[in-house]
Design a protein around this ligand. Structure first.
Ligand code: AMP
Ligand code: MG
Length: 354
């Protein structure tokens, strides 16, 4: 299959007439059962008609994703929520009022109209209303309901720029919309509203504290930060190997000076054995490592930059030809929870405390 790549500059709030036409055409592709990758504020999504079971099956095939891993349904108007969920709980309106459109996904009981192919066989459906204008327009022109997982091959880091979508999806889908780099860089927060108290299944830009301020008590699925709980994650997708770079990845946690010393000692030792070593460092520390490839993931003073750079850095290490990567660790308050959740998954939970 030939994949068409279209670019939407989208520098101001309004689309040009030509951009609007391109999005209408892409919407037509989805209406006819095709697949279109598109930018959102979190990561690039791979969209198909959420109400067409054949489209969802195509998404699983294109990603190489297990079909028990449900897709998030994207909408572009709050009033459209009623059609795809059996009942809208009161908290959903509160959350929508505070965080929609935005990087937050809610899980509710599904309506019959949503095919089981889209929900991975579950009676619940995950719904998000993204804030990215290109995404909103595409969803509108696609008929209002777009199932869209991240637009990467299963197991790879989620794409934060169109180049990575092209690498993973060329020849597998109809269209890729290049809308430049995404803003947040980590996938949406997922909150399950079918349980009391509500439970966070995947941490993201909207943090537990932000949700608790609004709703009172909110729980965190314990499997988001630990892998030795003996429990299966409640978001089926979280149980799969994720984001892993080709090289072995090890997270080192401790006082900054100790971490630097530990990593540099290991670099010296392993290089003698002929290995090439990479380090994921921060703006504050990237000059002090003696490894073959050192990447600055962002500043500790500005964790939004770390969130934004994480998946790109993991992908870049695949081209860097290193055997092992040491990464610094991050505090797990606020946005740090989402950062460490993704980093731990990428490392297969290999963490050394020094
Ligand atoms: P992605 O589409 O790549 O952002 O991943 C979507 C995530 O949402 C996966 O981890 C899914 O398992 C999870 N998810 C989607 N729908 C549901 C649902 N109905 N119940 C629980 N988790 C869900
Ligand atoms: Mg994904």
């Amino acid at each position: 299959m030939d994949t068409e790549i279209v670019t939407i500059e989208f520098t101001q709030d309004n689309l040009t007439a030509a951009e609007d036409r391109l999005l209408r055409e892409a919407g037509e592709v989805i209406r006819r059962g095709g697949l279109v990758a598109f930018p959102t504020e979190t990561v690039y999504g791979l969209g198909g008609d959420a109400l067409n079971p054949a489209s969802s099956e195509k998404i699983y095939r294109a990603k190489g994703r297990p079909s028990d891993n449900p897709l998030i349904v994207h909408i572009c108007r709050l009033e459209d929520l009623k059609k795809i969920v059996a009942r809208v709980p009161e908290e959903a309106y509160k959350i929508a009022d505070a965080f929609w459109p935005g990087p937050l996904t809610m899980i509710m009981e599904k309506a019959d109209i949503v095919p089981l192919q889209t929900t991975g066989g579950l009676n619940t459906v995950a719904v998000r209303f993204p804030s990215h204008r290109v995404a909103q327009k595409l969803i509108e022109y696609s008929g209002g309901y777009v199932a869209a997982p991240s637009a990467n091959l299963s197991g790879k880091p989620s794409p934060t720029r169109a180049k990575y979508v092209v690498e993973d999806m060329s020849g597998r889908i109809d269209t890729i919309i290049d809308g430049g780099d995404v803003g947040i860089g980590l996938e949406s927060t997922i909150i399950d509203l079918t349980v009391t108290p509500p439970q966070i299944l995947r941490p993201g830009y909207v943090t537990r504290q932000m949700l608790e301020e609004l709703l009172g008590q909110v729980e965190m699925d314990r499997t988001t930060m630990q892998n030795d709980t003996g429990e299966a994650p409640k978001a089926p997708g979280m149980k799969y190997r994720h984001y892993a770079p080709k090289a072995e990845l090890l997270i080192v946690e401790g006082e900054q000076e100790t971490v630097i010393r530990y990593i540099n000692e290991n670099v010296t030792m392993r290089r003698k054995q002929g290995e090439r070593i990479g380090v994921i460092a921060t703006g504050e520390t990237c000059a002090v490592y003696e490894a073959d490839v050192v990447k600055n993931i962002g500043s500790r003073e500005d964790r939004e930059t770390i969130a934004k750079n994480l998946f790109r850095v993991l992908r870049e290490f695949d081209d860097a030809g290193v055997d092992v990567i040491y990464s610094e660790s991050f505090d797990t308050d606020g946005l740090g929870q989402a950062i460490m959740n993704r980093l731990l998954k990428a490392a297969g939970h290999r963490l050394v405390q020094v």
